[in-house]
Design a protein around this ligand. Structure first.
Ligand code: HC1
Ligand code: SF4
Ligand code: SF4
Length: 574
């Protein structure tokens, strides 16, 4: 341990810790643009420089380790002047168009511009082709004229997705971030998980917007516009409206959706319960037939892209069940028109997702039935926040309301899909009951909960042992294949999610600031909301969802193979 002095106070520190870590541990804020917990950027943005009072010089807080006698000031005149110069340089290279920027209310750079009172001196010429906004991807937009070259996306992609798709590219002497040769994300091996988007401090990397499509549909009297949100939206949207992290805003979201004018407010959790029935049946068939094992979940489109792009030989392991988003979409264009006696072509289905890959998934050519798209538009949690603001709704003051039950009723099992391990737990609850012909009281599988990248368990079903695993984060997915766990481990069923921690930490969720990442256990706070909804729910098993059972009885089971036609899909070997 060493003693260092920060702003006149002594602190005990580990000599392995950087000045920045010591400061953050003690709640002293040091501005930085490139450094975020778990994904260090370039370590070269120079914003975090502090004054070394022993030498009257500026040193980088993120790159200097603590040592005995170090005496620094984080806000001296020298620090302020140095920071202003750095921000001015960045400002001269930044295409300042805050009035149309999605990040205007939470831009880390704009905060620093205000704080340092930096002024734009000479606007850069942004006419080069590389500076035109890249809107080719179905999931991710990239405006390089706003990029600060801080490297947070590069590092997030490496550390979280494990793919190293996004890089610094030197093109005729200038540095541009993006996939190699600035290819479209979709035509690379990118997972489209959006962890790079979540790491960007400015509006350079954002989701591909579907807001306009949704507003146009809402304004079109001929369209019957309906909406449903994913499990993990309800645990995070409140953050945009300054509610405590970990506030359950399910009822407020339903109210906001009605005020916006959606004809019906449904829930993707309803479809998560259907996924369990379809995927569970597939697992039961494999169990009865003695394989092939392991079976893989298929509800995360980032994970599905991983399999298709990197390990196509593993495609047969994927469950053929569509994701809850797509199952919901398929039901919205078949069962729902049947119930309402309307033309399926008049229905416009919007899903709200914590995810940017879901946009790509909704546009996959196979995601339609009878030439009608399953899902018409996908909003991220952040975009729903924007939409609520656009309609002038005071979200924090809304009362709770209820979901429209026919395609909205859900069980606790459907809710926990949004956190790593949830799909596995939901599946085990139903598969065990069905195979043992029982209604078991103990439904908690705590062994598959928690945020480690790889979790393993052995469960006994009808007298036999089955090995299951739960994997989240692209980096752990790569490890699974590089260590050949598909063969070396005797797994029967494996859940995969591309984002570390699952959808609660998806690339479309509200931004978490670097300081919050340091001080709040945000994944846990978000996950707890889902687990407590599940715990307090009187129905905790997907196969007990009466609205789902009604759908099968009155519609799906009336036609042979209809469930397969609507709710299953195939994958591509690219
Ligand atoms: Fe997910 Fe899923 S849990 S994939 O993370 O299976 O996006 O929340 O909606 O489809 O249900 C996402 C979340 C989501 C699907 C479900
Ligand atoms: Fe990397 Fe994911 Fe971003 Fe693709 S979407 S560049 S895999 S972080
Ligand atoms: Fe999307 Fe969830 Fe998969 Fe992340 S884990 S890519 S949020 S579906």
């Amino acid at each position: 341990k060493v003693t260092i002095r920060i702003n006149g106070k002594n602190f005990l520190a580990d000599s392995e810790e950087t000045i920045l870590q010591v400061a953050r541990n003690n709640n002293i804020e040091i501005d930085t643009l490139c450094f975020v917990k778990d994904c260090m950027g370039t370590q070269e943005c120079n914003v975090c420089r502090v004054e070394d009072l022993n030498n009257n010089s500026l040193i980088r807080a993120c790159a200097t380790k603590a040592y005995e006698g170090l005496n620094i000031n984080t806000n001296s005149k020298l620090v302020q002047m140095g920071k202003k110069k750095v921000i001015t340089d960045l400002l001269n290279n930044h295409n300042l168009k805050c009035y149309t920027c999605k990040r205007v209310s939470n831009c880390e750079f704009l905060e620093l511009v205000k704080k340092t009172e930096a002024k734009l001196h000479k606007r850069k010429d942004f006419s080069r082709e590389e500076y035109q906004e890249d809107l080719r991807s179905k999931s991710i937009s990239l405006d390089r004229s706003k990029c600060l070259r801080c490297g947070r996306c590069v590092s997030a992609c490496r550390e979280k997705s494990g793919t190293e798709i996004i890089k610094f590219n030197d093109i005729s002497g200038e540095i541009f971030v993006g996939p190699e040769n600035l290819k479209c994300f979709d035509s690379t091996n990118c997972l489209l998980c959006g962890q790079c988007v979540a790491a960007c401090p400015v509006g350079a990397l954002t989701e591909k917007s579907h807001l306009e499509k949704v507003v146009d549909a809402l304004n079109n009297n001929e369209k019957h516009v309906i909406v449903a949100m994913a499990p993990s939206v309800r645990t995070a949207l409140g953050e945009i409206f300054k509610l405590e992290m970990g506030t359950d805003v399910t009822g407020k979201i339903y109210s906001a959706m009605r005020e916006i004018g959606f004809k019906k407010v449904f829930d993707v959790n309803f479809a998560a319960d259907i996924t369990i029935l379809e995927e569970g049946t597939e697992l039961i068939e494999r169990i009865k037939a003695g394989g092939p094992f392991p079976m893989f979940t298929s509800c995360c489109p980032g994970w599905v892209r991983y399999v298709e792009n990197y390990v196509p030989e593993a495609i047969p392991h994927l469950s053929s069940a569509k994701s809850p988003q797509q199952i919901f979409g398929a039901a919205s264009k078949s069962y729902y028109p049947f119930l309402e006696n309307i033309n399926p072509e008049d229905v416009f289905t919007v899903s709200v997702m914590p995810c940017v890959a879901k946009k790509f998934e909704s546009e996959r050519p196979e995601m339609e039935n009878n030439n009608i798209r399953n899902i018409d538009a996908v909003l991220t949690t952040r975009e729903l926040g924007e939409l609520i603001k656009k309609y002038g709704i005071k979200f924090e003051n809304l009362n709770d309301s209820e979901v429209d039950p026919m395609m909205g009723t859900y069980t606790g099992a459907g809710t926990i899909f949004g956190v790593t391990g949830g799909v596995m737990e939901a599946a085990l609850r139903s598969v065990k009951d069905i195979l043992e012909n029982n209604s078991l009281e103990n439904v908690d599988y705590k062994i598959v909960r928690g945020f480690e990248g790889l979790k393993e368990a052995t469960v006994t079903i009808d007298g036999n042992n089955y090995n299951v695993a739960v994997i989240s984060g692209g980096k752990t997915i790569s490890k699974f294949f590089s260590e050949n766990m598909i063969k070396n481990k005797n797994y029967h069923f494996v859940e995969f999610m591309a984002c570390p921690g699952g959808c609660i930490n998806g690339g479309g969720q509200p931004y978490v600031t670097p300081m919050e990442k340091e001080n709040k256990d945000y994944k846990n706070l978000r996950g707890e909301v889902l687990y407590s909804q599940d715990k307090n729910s009187n129905l905790r098993k997907s196969h007990k969802n009466q609205a789902v059972l009604d759908m099968y009885e009155n519609f799906v089971n009336k036609e042979e193979h209809l469930h397969h036609h609507l709710f299953h899909t195939t994958y591509t070997n690219r």
